[in-house]
Design a binder for this molecule. Structure first.
Ligand code: PGA
Ligand code: ZN
Length: 438
């Protein structure tokens, strides 16, 4: 079923016109949680090919664009993606055939118009993003340049600093504690490869620290981090500090801690509820708690410290911690220009997480990155908790010169596909390669 007309296939047509979209194909495959997702193949008339796989979040923001699921409970618990795939083949393919693949904006605008909804809910953001990225990859192959170069031009030569997941809680860890991610930010490295080496050392060292303290290691979480059951959320900061020390790094000087609270997940009726501790905080008390952690531990980055609707809280948090800390909006901004502009106007956050599938096209993602740069917000290019072996994220980070990338832990190949791609890019750039020192 998911095939275009045979006559439209470039290889059979033998059509020599360059870089026009000739053929699209889509299929349902599985992501790293075993959930169905969308893969798209795009072929151009010159024979170039691009493929993309779409990731999927678990702690999704309320304002993200819509991931279209079949809702047919007889397949994959209703999470099938056959409707999205049909939309690629029946609606998007006919609209895009013959368009220039290297005019990414025109391609993306065409899909946005065809969908016609704000949330991309008619065709599905998973269908649209799969096509958007596959077209970009095909266009890059057509001119025989790496994707980061095709998207970012000659100035695309800076590798991002990795924020690497070590401990997982929240919905990624099965509710073992409430903060979603404890990450390490390597500080002493002078290139990406060295940074990754330090992050791996901290990950390994955490295992020893957990064992020494007799903390049960039930397994790994969605992003490959350890998911221990902890007596308190604060214990995560102690463990991180100790693991950094045990790895032979100086906490604060050679490695820092980043935390993704994913606070929208535990915000109810105006309160922050730490279920694992049976405690509840008003916004002001919760901000004080965050401030205390920044004072006592080498924390330099807090993502979604507050909930996506707590704008007033965000404004206060930013005025209190914005000088010392990167305050990253993930669910807060959902990679969307209008929410970022509201943040700029209200003084909320000073950095933005960039997830392509929160907005649904490559063009809109690049626009938000430019907007963030214009307003002095740092960008953190980010994977989702449900990922695939697609490594586009690495190229996106280098193309945009993003100072940070967040992919998850250094285990599990859906994460390593991106880390390894960055290692290859650094090698390929050779002496040209720059590194975004933290
Ligand atoms: P998600 O988690 O992909 O489940 O949303 C990642 C994050 O919150 O940063
Ligand atoms: Zn997040």
């Amino acid at each position: 079923m998911p095939f275009a007309e045979p006559s439209q296939h470039p290889l059979r047509e033998g059509n020599r016109r360059m870089a026009r979209i000739a053929y699209l194909q889509a299929r349902e495959l599985l992501d790293s949680r075993g959930n169905p997702t969308v893969e798209v193949d795009v072929f151009l008339e010159d024979g170039a090919h691009g493929r993309a796989m779409v990731p999927s979040g678990a702690s999704t923001g309320r304002h993200e664009v819509l991931e279209l699921r079949d809702g047919d409970s007889t397949r994959y618990f209703g999470r099938g993606t056959r409707k999205a795939i049909q939309n690629v083949v029946r609606e998007i393919a006919p609209a895009l055939l013959g368009m220039e693949a290297n005019d990414q904006q025109a391609v993306d605008r065409m899909m946005i118009a065809l969908d016609g909804t704000r949330s991309k809910s008619r065709l599905g953001a998973n269908a649209i993003l799969g096509v958007s990225v596959a077209v970009a990859r095909a266009a890059a192959q057509s001119v025989r340049v790496p994707l980061y170069r095709a998207l970012g031009g000659q100035k695309a030569q800076r590798l991002p600093v990795p924020m690497v997941n070590i401990l997982s809680g929240g919905v990624h860890g099965g509710g073992n504690f409430d903060l979603q991610d404890f990450m390490v930010i390597p500080l002493r490295a002078r290139c990406f490869a060295e940074a990754l080496e330090d992050a791996v050392a901290v990950y390994r060292s955490m295992k020893g620290v957990l064992q020494k303290r007799g903390i049960d290691l039930a397994g790994v979480a969605d992003e490959g981090g350890y998911a221990p059951r902890l007596a308190s959320n604060e214990a995560g900061f102690d463990l991180m500090t100790e693991a950094i020390e045990h790895a032979g790094l100086e906490p604060g000087g050679e490695a820092a801690i980043a935390v993704d609270a994913a606070a929208s997940q535990f915000y109810e009726n105006g309160s922050y509820l730490l279920a694992s501790e049976g405690k509840s905080f008003q916004t002001e008390e919760w901000i004080e708690r965050l401030e205390g952690w920044v004072r006592r531990y080498p924390v330099t980055c807090i993502e979604d410290g507050l909930a996506e609707e707590d704008w007033e809280g965000w404004r206060r948090l930013t005025s209190r911690l914005g000088e010392q800390c990167r305050l990253v909006g993930d669910d807060l901004f959902v990679t969307q220009a209008d929410r970022l502009l509201r943040g700029v106007a209200e003084g909320a956050a000073n950095a933005i997480l960039v997830k392509m599938n929160q907005v649904g096209t490559l063009t809109e993602t690049l626009d938000v990155v430019r907007l963030a740069e214009m307003h002095g917000y740092a960008t953190v290019v980010s994977a989702r908790s449900g990922e695939t072996e697609d490594d586009t994220l690495a190229d996106l980070a280098v193309a945009t010169g993003a100072p940070f990338i967040k992919i998850g832990s250094i285990t599990r190949s859906e994460r390593l596909a991106k880390y390894n791609r960055l290692l290859r890019i650094e090698e390929e750039l050779g002496p040209q390669a720059a590194y975004a020192l933290p």
